[in-house]
Design a protein around this ligand. Structure first.
Ligand SMILES: O=C(O)C(=O)C[C@H](O)C(=O)CO
Ligand SMILES: [Zn+2]
Length: 280
């Protein structure tokens, strides 16, 4: 059993402007997160956010600390949000087991020493998507089922952006230090997420695209509103959105994605909207 990790440094808008497609993908795109019997983590220097995937198949997987944390255990100074995007499974936190079904979420507070992931069946393993941030205070561990989610309907069929936003780990439902997570499901026939686009210099964000059908893809848009770039993305891939960047996407079909963010505040609605006609 391994905990793999990779470190990504923060990039400025100025240097990003000059990136080739390959450089853009190397800095911002996160591929191969979901690998059998492995925990894969990316530590980004944007708000020291950690993005990860844990897929227990033959054995359960333990969330071990990684060298950049210089800690005795992973959650010594951190909190973590988890969403299951695979078969039924469970997360055990210091001996307490939480069953997590498809699209259910778990928040685990700072100072929990032992976290492990299991699947109910090796034939349909759980896929746990992980977002972790530094934490200054202990908050209780809490499961958020689909029924608990705060739901917002956005967009319309006419503008191809009809979608359901399910807020899962947000401060109206769970107390957290910084991390916020939820998912957005595009309705059949709709392809645009987060359009009109926005930025929030107060928070960085990470998108994880899933339920992207075979042979289809999502074109993710990033960059400052007047200097945008795109990254073509496949199913189960994530992309880092710096605080200065828009984060929007258009698919060749409908799809779902998980958004997660951290930074200066816990205010989901704190966004600076960009007019569509001003994007460049
Ligand atoms: O479809 C959308 O719009 C979103 O899901 C927006 C994200 O939740 C977001 O960017 C929050 O800051
Ligand atoms: Zn956003």
């Amino acid at each position: 059993m391994k905990n793999n990790y990779e470190v990504r440094y923060a990039c400025s808008p100025k240097e990003t402007r000059a990136f080739t497609t390959e450089e853009l993908r190397k800095e911002f795109l996160i591929q191969n997160l979901m690998e059998a019997d492995t925990i894969n983590l990316v530590y980004t220097h944007f708000d020291r956010y950690i993005v990860g995937g844990a897929v227990p198949v033959k054995t359960s997987l333990k969330l071990a600390t990684i060298d950049p944390l210089k800690s005795d255990y992973f959650l010594e100074r951190r909190e973590i949000g988890i969403i299951n995007v695979g078969g039924a499974g469970s997360v055990t936190v210091d001996g307490q087991k939480y069953d997590l079904d498809y699209k259910e979420a778990l928040y685990i507070g700072k100072e929990n020493k032992e976290v492990s992931f299991s699947s109910d069946s090796a034939d349909k393993p759980a896929k746990f998507y992980l977002n972790s941030t530094p934490a200054h205070k202990v908050f209780p561990t809490k499961k958020i089922s689909r029924a608990d989610a705060e739901i917002v309907e956005m967009g319309s069929m006419e503008t191809a952006n009809a979608r359901t936003i399910r807020k899962l780990i947000v401060n109206s439902l769970v107390e957290t230090c910084q991390v916020q997570m939820g998912m957005t499901e595009l309705k059949p026939g709709s392809v645009w997420n987060t359009m009109p686009a926005h930025v929030h210099d107060r928070r960085m964000e990470v998108y994880f695209y899933f339920e992207v059908p075979e042979e289809q893809a999502v074109c993710h848009f990033m960059g400052q509103p007047q200097e945008t770039r795109h990254i073509w993305m496949a199913n189960n891939e994530a992309v880092i959105s710096p605080p200065w960047s828009i984060h929007s996407g258009s698919g060749t079909s409908n799809y779902t994605f998980i958004w997660g963010m951290a930074g200066e505040n816990l205010d989901y609605g704190d966004m600076d909207h960009c007019k569509i006609k001003d994007l460049k």
